[in-house]
Design a protein around this ligand. Structure first.
Ligand SMILES: [Zn+2]
Ligand SMILES: [Zn+2]
Length: 363
């Protein structure tokens, strides 16, 4: 056991407490990563607020990058000193879903209550999302890691672990967008901007961003949106139709967890199109839709978890695009904070103006 600093959630809705915790050494197939950066995702905030329940005390944080500092037995994919992206996608590789090529849907449960971390006095401490990245170090399964070039700044690399793969993957993998198709992206926050760049990379004809704020629509244009529509309009889908030349979209990517956004998503959709459900509302929130419309127009709705990525395939691809200047990552970061400032960083993220706030660790 070693002692490290982490931001611990003791009570839903209360500020996180930065304190000493215990981390055990990596075991079979596990890797210890000393983190350089961990970004704050809305999922962390939802968990910490109690929106989805879960075990306490807990360490959240799941969008990280760092350097491998120790490996357990039978670790072959990375070695000490490697730069890695740390994801929450813990896939067993052998369950029917993993074997079928969809590791984001792995059916083998992970018990975060019996993970590698303990409170300073040896008590139970939940490793949330199989990661616990709001900490100086993590011990995770080797399958959650992707080795990257040392040249890429870790704060930038951390974003790839969740926001980038979720947004780009929603368009490329979940929607299976073809070049020339039209896309509407609802919400131009961290994930939305990545869905927009995913659509640009996939060769979309028009990319319409829908958001409540004019400022975010400006951001959206900088990431590749061809048009922006204010969600505060009476019938925003009419403006989107107009932008698409009088038709609905082939794919509507919902990147926010608001129920009205889900209810409006179908209005933006053309015949044969698909709504890709990415944003995660609180548990027990329900949306209404008219089945007859979907049936008559051959439309679909599909949930997209972590962009349906295969991290070993998709993250190296995205890193390549970044190095070629085709995927924007630097401008996604709107603030850098220390671990001690994590509650301020969370408040700033909740304010809705931030793209991504990143906790940066000093060595
Ligand atoms: Zn996330
Ligand atoms: Zn599995």
């Amino acid at each position: 056991m070693q002692t490290i600093k982490a931001a611990v959630c003791h009570e839903f809705g209360a500020p996180l407490v930065v304190e000493d915790i215990q981390l055990r050494a990596p075991e079979f197939g596990e890797v210890e990563v000393t983190l350089d950066a961990v970004a704050i995702c809305h999922s962390d905030i939802s968990y910490a607020s109690g929106a989805w329940g879960g075990s306490l005390p807990a360490v959240y944080g799941h969008e990280a990058a760092g350097i491998v500092s120790a490996v357990g037995d039978h670790v072959s994919s990375v070695a000490v000193g490697d730069s890695v992206v740390v994801t929450l996608i813990r896939s067993c590789g052998t369950c029917p879903t993993c074997a079928g090529g969809k590791p984001t849907g792995c059916e083998t449960p992970y018990d975060g209550d019996h993970g590698p971390i303990r409170t300073s006095d040896g008590g139970k401490l939940h490793q949330a999302m199989a990661c616990g990245g709001f900490a100086e170090k993590v011990v995770v399964d080797q399958k959650q890691l992707v080795k990257i070039s040392d040249k890429i700044a870790k704060d930038v690399a951390s974003l790839i672990a969740c926001g980038v793969i979720t947004g780009v993957g929603a368009v490329v993998n979940s929607a299976g967008l073809r070049a020339g198709q039209d896309v509407v992206v609802i919400g131009a926050g961290g994930v939305g901007l990545n869905a927009i760049q995913g659509a640009r990379i996939a060769g979309a004809r028009r990319i319409v961003a829908v958001d409540m704020s004019e400022e975010k629509l400006e951001d959206a244009r900088a990431f590749g949106a061809t048009d922006g529509v204010l969600a505060t309009l009476d019938a925003p889908w009419r403006a989107a139709y107009k932008a698409l030349g009088g038709k609905g979209a082939d794919a509507v990517i919902v990147t926010v967890g608001a129920i009205p956004a889900y209810e409006q998503a179908l209005r933006h959709l053309g015949a044969g199109g698909k709504v890709i459900m990415v944003g995660m509302p609180h548990s027990d929130a329900f949306a209404k839709y008219e089945p007859v419309v979907l049936a008559a127009l051959g439309q679909g709705m599909v949930g997209s978890k972590m962009g349906d990525v295969v991290i070993q395939r998709d993250i190296p691809w995205m890193v390549d695009l970044y190095e070629q200047g085709r995927l924007q990552l630097d401008s996604l970061i709107s603030g850098r904070w220390s671990l001690d400032q994590i509650n301020e960083a969370i408040e700033d993220t909740k304010g809705g103006k931030a793209r991504r706030n990143v906790i940066v660790f000093k060595r």
